[in-house]
Write a protein that binds this ligand. Sequence first.
Ligand code: 3UK
Length: 510
Amino acid sequence: PELQFPERLNCAAELLDRHVQEGRGDRLCVQADGVRWTYAELQEKANRIAHVLTRDMGLVPGNRVLLCGPNNPMLVASWFGVVKAGGIAVAAMPLLRAKELSTIVDIARVSHALCDDALRAEVLGAQQKSQVLKSVRFFNARAEDAGTLEALMAQASPHFDAVDTAATDTCLLGFTSGTTGVPKATMHFHRDVMAVCACWPQSVLRAHADDVFIGSPPLAFTFGLGGQVLFPMSIGASMALLEKAGPNQLVDGMERFGATVVFTAPTSYRVMAQQGERIRRTRLRKCVSAGEALTASTRALWKDATGIEIIDGIGSTEMLHIFISHREDEARPGATGKAVPGYRARVVDDDGNELPPGTVGKLAVQGPTGCRYLNDARQRNYVQHGWNLTGDAYLMDADGYFVYQARIDDMIISAGYNIAAPEVEEALMQHPAVAECAVIGVADAERGQIVKAFVVLRAGHAAGDAMARELQDFVKSTVAPYKYPRAVAFVDQLPRTPTGKLQRFRLHGQ
Ligand code: 3UK
């Protein structure tokens, strides 16, 4: 990939203005319910927003701007307005409450905010608690009001030259999704945004300018921002935005907008697979999965239902986007893939020594992007000897494919055996009575830890000792018997992050 960047670089100018300058201003850029914007139209909105920020709200380059709201066109226009103005976009998950927002505002020292009116009460609550958040405007307000972002935009010039930022100026702060502990902010430069557009999309995704991108993750999650906004715009393609993107809404969206590329998580593919016939009648041709491991069974289920091979990729907020993945025509069921061109990956022991193929260890990656926590001592856990340690246990097979095992915290050691929680979950999921499950290690006097499963049953199946025994025998018959769950608990639902990741740590003590 081409990774030489000029010293001065503004990624908003590259992703947006360049298309207009080069005569592609009339091409479709953003679709949503009742909205169809070309590149020129998005540029005009972003320019007006940049003026409102700098003229009415007192923004200077380097200020941090909170962006929050469901995935919609004004959120995207705001992102480009902030970045063109040389500000730093700090996106927050749409469902956060005032208390969580104020944590973000404090950690990131947010001075300005552009937010969807749907979050008005929570944002104003966070502003009240804050010493630094001085200026807030709302968009998508139902009522006509002189103070709305749109009202100010109407008074602003449609022309704005992107601020001449350095390639190594920060343009976005991404917050980690918090599977454990206090959220961390990760800093990404203008150059990093262009680097992720040049790597995985070019070598693995290989979409083209007529593709229509759609997806479920919030744009506050870098998986969503990349897949639904940055990647389509880097090639002059278009995006279709959904405010609510559960599996059914996502299938509806594919039909309505003629989507050809979808970004979502494994659980969503499992549910959507039930509508395979309907999906076969859409224009969908490329399917990307990330956020959690894609099991061989989910890959097969989706392929049978739709005829499409999923592109799996592991990425992280720290690395900005995907760094191990594989093209759909070279996919290996059960493996995530190989290092994305531009990145290097290896499996290491506790001292950072590379381990031989077939051995489980810590995943270490290196590339044009990498972890820079803002003011957080946990930086030294993530980056060691120049390698980013993602917190995942992986092995590399003899052919160089990386095979996910578990989060390192989810490796269970029982009577001397290493057991990966997701492998036991995958075995349980094959049982027809199991809708969802989560596996953890719990302390045990004799074995150190034992495997405990939390199971959500499908309708029509009864919890109880008989079911527990049936599930235990079932696991013993499909994976090595020492991995079976010695304890089984039946629950109504499992704890998840707003991005849909299992929070196994919250099951401890239950
Ligand atoms: C896990 C996966 C197995 C893994 C993300 C794509 O998920 C993203 O970022 P987060 O910071 O979490 C990172 C962690 O999630 N994970 C992600 N993808 C996979 N595990 N297979 C996968 N395909 O534990 C990783 O360390 O929330 C994903 C692009 C951008 C992202 N931010």
